[in-house]
Design a protein around this ligand. Structure first.
Ligand SMILES: [Zn+2]
Length: 422
């Protein structure tokens, strides 16, 4: 009863909207050549489909919402049964919109967005049954260029320049092979980043695309990267202007948003009270923060290990091992012998074992000997070669031309006022 009331409340909030771009097609399909009648036919009431847009509220069930929208119990069940294999109804969230096309009193079609660029369409067949299919939505990519100068933090500067969070996170991830964000960033350092903003057919910004280009100038030294899909590769990677992959052997900071709280070497042990060699570095981070594999590798061990608490040890190429201690929890599936990829979440920050508070104790071992993770010389990334390097340079030059045009447009647009933070 409660659900029905909620659904009715939604029903009252329903509004009609103009047919979308796909409507003309649909109309063309249902309009056969006009028959020629010798005698006037019996009058047929032509009912154009009406579209109702519903928005799910917290606590709504799809069943109750469909019943509230006027569907019969059998149709509501058939719609849910058709949807389930394509998109689990359980994954629907408050705020989710449903568009329902009614022909007369019957539901003809139901559409819902299941991703930034994906819809599920459920259509009634002639026999009254329903079938669901997933459909890619056409999104418009609009390149956006943002730039800023660090005053207090990179976060503040990026935020002030209107850089969306997913773009900032990706930027930090790609630069973190070369930049130690705990130490290297200084006031007056600057950045510039080019990415796409994605708009749906109604002109609504629905997300962001990949970074096409990013540059950071740190204490006068400039690092630049371009996105490129190498021949035969399935995914894009980032390369320097000379075509060297930025992806290196090991990440320097395998936990996001962390603060280096204790360095490598001799120190007065906070619990034991005497000087002891600290074999790793400590990153203070909120409990539960995801810990990432510093490099591609194989899980050597994962489990309880005395004063280390919950510990994961990874084996990497080139006789390197990395160890991650005091985890509150080891990520599901992280077991000895399992391969992991760089950046994959392998556990979560905690304070298990001998720890004064939640932090990641991170060790790097080379041929079994602990070394300072901050001074590990990460081996150079691979260089593009042959036809790939020519293709890469052509792509980078095209990006440079786009950048030039966007910079000019930005200069014009920002005199005055300056670019507004979103
Ligand atoms: Zn430690």
């Amino acid at each position: 009863m409660q659900h029905l009331a909620a659904a009715l409340a939604i029903g009252l909030g329903v509004w009609l909207f103009a047919p979308t771009a796909e409507a003309p097609e649909a109309r063309a399909e249902v309009a056969p050549p006009a028959p020629v009648f010798v005698t006037p036919p019996a009058p047929v009431l032509a009912v154009p489909p009406t579209t109702r847009l519903l928005r799910l509220a917290a606590g709504d069930t799809l069943d109750a919402v469909l019943l509230g929208a006027g569907l019969g119990a059998r149709d509501a069940q058939a719609v849910i049964a058709a949807l389930a294999p394509v998109f689990p109804p359980r994954a629907l969230k408050p705020g989710q919109e449903l568009a329902l096309d009614f022909v007369g009193l019957d539901l003809g079609e139901l559409r819902l967005a299941t991703g930034v660029d994906r819809d599920v369409v459920i259509t009634r067949a002639a026999d009254g049954s329903f079938a669901a299919r997933s459909r890619l939505r056409k999104l418009t990519h609009v390149p956006e260029l943002a730039a800023g100068v660090v005053r207090t933090s990179l976060f503040e500067a990026a935020n002030g320049a209107g850089v969306p969070m997913p773009v900032l996170n990706e930027m930090i991830r790609e630069f973190s092979y070369d930049v130690d964000f705990q130490r290297d960033l200084q006031p007056e350092d600057s950045f510039e980043v080019l990415y796409d903003r994605l708009y749906d057919e109604r002109g609504k910004a629905v997300g962001v695309g990949d970074i096409a280009y990013a540059t950071m100038t740190l204490s006068g030294k400039t690092l630049t990267l371009y996105r490129y899909v190498p021949t035969g590769a399935r995914t894009a990677e980032y390369f320097t202007a000379s075509g060297e992959s930025v992806k290196k052997a090991l990440l320097r900071t395998p936990v996001d948003g962390a603060r280096l709280s204790s360095g490598f070497g001799l120190r007065l042990h906070p619990i034991l009270g005497y000087t002891k060699l600290h074999r790793g570095v400590d990153f203070a981070a909120p409990p539960g923060s995801p810990i990432m594999a510093a490099g591609d590798g194989i899980v050597e061990s994962a489990g309880r290990a005395g004063t280390y608490g919950n510990l994961v040890v990874l084996r990497h190429a080139g006789a390197y091992e990395t160890a991650y201690a005091h985890m509150s929890r080891i990520a599901r599936g992280v077991r000895p012998g399992v391969p992991v990829r760089q950046g994959q979440v392998i556990g979560y920050v905690g304070a298990t074992g001998r720890a004064t508070g939640p932090h990641l104790h991170y060790e790097v071992r080379f041929r079994g000997t602990a070394m300072n993770p901050m001074s590990v010389k990460s081996e150079a990334g691979h260089l593009l070669a042959g036809a790939d390097i020519a293709r890469f340079h052509a792509a980078a030059e095209a990006t440079d031309r786009e950048l030039l045009a966007l910079r000019q447009a930005t200069v014009v647009a920002s005199m005055p006022p300056a670019r507004m933070p979103q």
